[in-house]
Design a protein around this ligand. Structure first.
Ligand code: VGL
Ligand code: ZN
Length: 208
């Protein structure tokens, strides 16, 4: 049994003070640290939203558009975001309190300006893979626990892709180690994950 912990986008940009802040986003940091230090995982992977300046998901790249409204990217509907997690900026860095010493592998995503990548496994158009599937398969992973930011976007898409792309692997979502952008969206995301075969757990179910 090889157990992996997948920490999604625990970056300054998604924490209070960041460019796309998630309410209570920083509160996942101590929980993530406790999970990493628990000795329950053979492997810790952290994803990092890593956009080039002027990324197509930024409202600022679309004249006259405002953030948090639907727009279009490469002919497909796209939620438009504030500029966030630009490669190499403080906004894209992991939260300073995240204990990165436990991280075995960093998976960056969102580099293609023409398509967004909520999932740590592949772009939203499902054309390009990030390489995470092959990495986890090569490690012989049999269980993946997923948490982080934001529940209703990158965490949800990553968890559902994990079920789909790693057949036979048990996938769990750690609710209290995650925060979402929209409370209604979080409810729907949890229902959707459960429906796709993701088990919903809390850190207390895992921690000694
Ligand atoms: C995310 C919106 C845009 C996330 C990333 O990490 O959930 N959300 N980029
Ligand atoms: Zn992004």
């Amino acid at each position: 049994m090889t157990r992996a912990l997948l920490l999604i986008d625990i970056q300054n940009g998604f924490c209070p003070g960041g460019n796309l802040p998630v309410a209570g986003g920083d509160e996942v940091v101590p929980v993530a640290n406790a999970l990493m230090a628990s000795g329950k995982y053979d492997l810790v992977v952290a994803s990092q939203d890593w956009h080039p300046p002027g990324h197509g998901s930024f409202a600022s790249s679309h004249p006259g558009k405002t953030p948090f409204k639907m727009g279009e990217l490469s002919g497909k509907p796209q939620m438009l975001w504030p500029d966030h997690c630009v490669q190499g900026t403080e906004d894209a860095a992991f939260h300073p309190d995240l204990d990165v010493s436990h991280i075995d592998h960093v998976q960056r995503k969102g580099q293609n300006p023409a398509v967004d990548s909520y999932s740590a496994f592949r772009d939203n158009d499902r054309a390009a893979l990030t390489g995470l599937t092959d990495y986890l398969k090569a490690k012989g992973v049999s269980e993946v626990d997923i948490c982080g930011l934001a529940t209703d976007y990158c965490v949800k898409f990553s968890a559902i892709d994990a079920v789909e792309m790693l057949p036979g692997v048990k996938v769990r979502f750690i609710e209290d180690a995650s925060r979402g952008i929209d409370p209604e969206g979080v409810k729907t995301a949890i229902a959707e994950m459960r429906e796709k075969g993701v088990e919903i757990v809390r850190s207390a179910d895992i921690l000694p």
